[in-house]
Design a protein around this ligand. Structure first.
Ligand SMILES: Cc1ncc(COP(=O)(O)O)c(C=O)c1O
Length: 298
């Protein structure tokens, strides 16, 4: 693949959608989904078509039949994100293979947001969509130094794609930023080439933080969903007698000094997600312990 360095994954996402999606066409997103997708689709003058993830044991997965049913003559792209923000789901290789088959069958472009590719726990491994049969020539893969190297402020990301696709992404990026801050780029290259041990240590620490937060949420009486990657875990607040995540999350900082995000804000159809709340464990363990202590007063 060719490589285009971007101002974070965010610019790669916007440039890919602006460069490849025509006004009036449709883009499928799997909801809940990261908010930058909706914004990029709107900027491109395209139409967002949301296909909800479906429960799969204690986590969620892609409903392949629903994706197939959502494709119309105007569909140009599908945006996929695994490991997944906000649920922490890591879609199985089998599901991604089935999704790839739909993309090939319906000749869709694919934007694969893989920013959490290295933040995987419990022996999970990453499946790069572009590496699946028939996918290389239709896929723009986006990632970033932000998550793997704990450098969110460096805003150094990239898009990978075959030249004809990446050329369209470059044409949009050229007029968004022209170039990202260059001093960060050799540092990121060094990290990618030399620092896999540091990364393994950081991920092990992150998994411990996940365990700490999950145990604390359970002790506080919440039902907790599985998470096998990312910084995030989703809890259900129904057991606390709560019915609306937005109200719960608006109150939470004032009540106990903890912040969380209602999953419904990542959705067009809040219905199934109303009592789901996303907590983040990408914090120092001291901070997580303090948060867990405060959660016990819920
Ligand atoms: C799914 C997803 N994609 C993209 C990004 C943005 O990455 P960057 O900071 O490299 O722009 C984030 C950051 O939260 C994210 O969660």
């Amino acid at each position: 693949a060719e490589v285009l360095v971007t101002v974070g994954a965010t610019e790669a996402i916007s440039a890919a959608v602006l460069g490849l999606v025509e006004p009036g066409s449709e883009v499928i997103v799997l909801e809940p989904c990261y908010d930058a997708y909706a914004a990029a689709i709107a900027l491109a003058g395209a139409q967002r078509v949301a296909v909800p993830l479906v429960p799969d044991g204690a986590t969620w997965t892609v409903d392949i039949d629903a994706v197939r049913a959502a494709v119309t003559k105007r569909t140009s792209m599908i945006i996929v994100n695994s490991p997944h923000n906000p649920t922490g789901s890591v879609f199985s290789r089998e599901v991604l293979v089935a999704l790839a088959a739909v993309c090939v069958e319906r000749d869709l472009l694919v934007l694969s947001d893989e920013v959490y590719e290295n933040l995987l726990f419990d022996g999970r491994t990453h499946t790069a969509l572009a590496a699946l049969p028939g996918m290389f020539e239709r896929t723009v893969t986006v990632s970033s130094a932000a998550k793997s190297w704990n450098v969110t402020g460096w805003k150094t990301g990239w898009a990978l794609a075959p030249a004809p696709l990446l050329d369209a992404v470059l044409k949009a990026k050229q007029f968004m930023s022209y170039v990202g801050a260059t001093p960060f780029q050799p540092a990121v290259a060094h990290a990618l080439n030399e620092e896999s041990e540091w990364l393994a240590g950081m991920v092990a620490e992150l998994a411990e933080g996940r365990d700490l937060l999950v145990a604390g949420l359970k002790a506080a009486g919440l039902e907790v969903h599985d998470t096998h990657g990312t910084y995030f875990v989703v809890a259900d607040i129904s057991a606390l007698g709560e019915t609306d995540g937005v109200r719960f999350c608006l109150d939470l900082p004032g009540r106990i000094g903890v912040a969380a995000i209602p999953v419904q804000v990542f959705c067009d159809d809040p219905g199934p997600w109303r009592t789901k709340v996303r907590f983040a464990f990408g914090k120092r363990h001291d901070t997580l312990r303090l948060g867990v202590e405060k959660l016990q007063s819920l």
